[in-house]
Design a protein around this ligand. Structure first.
Ligand code: 8OZ
Length: 368
């Protein structure tokens, strides 16, 4: 069987071999936040994806929220990523890095000088993060954050810009994806459950979207919009994310994104990694896409969350351009081939998703 899913496509600056995207997946295998050789093996095994989006990667020490997740703000980190992107390119793949600032989803012990994490408002997330204590992963409550001062935001925007430039110019990525989903910093600013500010970055929807739009514009200015995507999760409950009117909020946001000439908009439908329907939170994704297109947005529309082959084909038929697969890519390095041939998929071992070494990471078999 052959459908558009397996056909090459142009996405912004990127020529992709197919429309199947490896979703960003946190795996906690980067001790000291430095990308390593094992990660190069893992990503290279998955290079037949049309596009690989890296696991979420901290743009600064302040952006860190979990043990053993990578960054891209130090020389060693950029060198580590460079080896990974080189290996992926050698294998014929394309790869962008997901730019991540966790905001309040952190613990003071992960922060510079053990300080409080930062957030739009000093409201603690009802969420946990992961620390490594005495060599073992441990779930702990996030720390109470301090509210960022408006005067600090230009430097914050700049830190995204620097990370994007380094990602492309030094680390060899084909582009970046701005992580504006899942209850992290940019999502915290957008949603009124976490943003109680009374300045130009809080209150009405246009103000709450301001930081995400400033960051995206700054990144697009630095590396070109056609190398830049953004990930959104309008109704996810991840990390205590909640908003009183997500449809109006995200309709506004995508209208702002429409003028930035982005490569793609990546939308998590429902609860990230969970239910596609959220009780009491009806959301019309077609309406969202229409707002983007009517405002002139021409980027690829990437859908995500619990897709299988049949759902993916239906999504393309309904006007999506790219389909991101998450957990199936953990267990199936050759997912593209398996989908194309209708082969069975390896089952996922949930115990080895977060942390550890090669088992459950680089030892899932490909077809012979
Ligand atoms: C799972 C565990 C830790 C972080 C996300 C970056 O949800 C994550 C994440 C996922 O976007």
């Amino acid at each position: 069987m052959s459908t558009a899913l397996f056909d090459a496509t142009q996405v912004g600056q990127l020529r992709l071999a197919n429309r199947i995207v490896m979703a960003p997946l946190t795996r906690n295998r980067a001790p000291d936040a430095v990308p390593n050789a094992l990660m190069a093996v893992y990503y290279t095994q998955r290079a037949s994806a049309g596009l690989i989006i890296s696991e979420a990667t901290a743009i600064s020490h302040q952006g860190q929220g979990y043990a053993d997740v990578p960054g891209l703000y130090g020389t060693e980190q950029l060198d580590g990523w460079k080896r990974i992107t080189h290996a992926v390119h050698q294998a014929g793949g394309k790869m962008v890095v997901q730019l991540w600032h966790v905001g309040r989803v952190s613990h003071h012990s992960l922060q510079p000088l053990g300080q409080a994490p930062v957030a739009p408002s000093a409201l603690r997330a009802q969420a946990k993060t992961v620390l490594i204590r005495e060599g073992r992963a441990e779930f702990v409550e996030t720390s109470t954050p301090r509210a960022l001062l408006a005067e600090e935001l230009p430097a914050l925007v700049h830190s995204y810009q620097v990370a994007a430039r380094n990602a492309v110019e030094t680390a060899g990525f084909d582009g970046v994806e701005i992580h504006a989903a899942n209850g992290y910093l940019l999502d915290q600013f957008m949603k009124d459950g976490s943003n109680h500010r009374r300045d130009d970055y809080g209150g009405r929807i246009a103000h709450r979207c301001r930081l995400s739009l400033e960051v995206t514009r700054a990144v697009a200015d630095a590396i070109g919009g056609e190398r830049c995507g953004i990930r959104l999760a309008p109704v996810t409950t991840s990390n205590d994310a909640h908003d009183s009117d997500p449809q109006a909020l995200f309709n506004h946001l995508v209208q702002g994104l429409a003028t930035l000439n982005l490569a793609y908009v990546h939308v998590v439908e429902g609860v990230t990694g969970g239910a596609r329907e959220v009780p009491g939170q009806a959301f019309d994704y077609a309406e969202l896409k229409l707002h983007y297109r009517q405002a002139g947005g021409r980027g690829a529309w990437m859908v995500n969350n619990g897709y299988d082959l049949a759902m993916a084909e239906k999504a393309l038929a309904n006007g999506a351009d790219l389909v991101a697969f998450g957990r199936p890519f953990i267990a199936n390095p050759d997912l593209v081939r398996r989908l194309k041939e209708g082969a069975a998929l390896n089952p996922l071992d949930k115990a080895t998703i977060y942390g550890g070494a090669a088992p459950g990471y680089t030892d899932y078999p490909a077809l012979a």
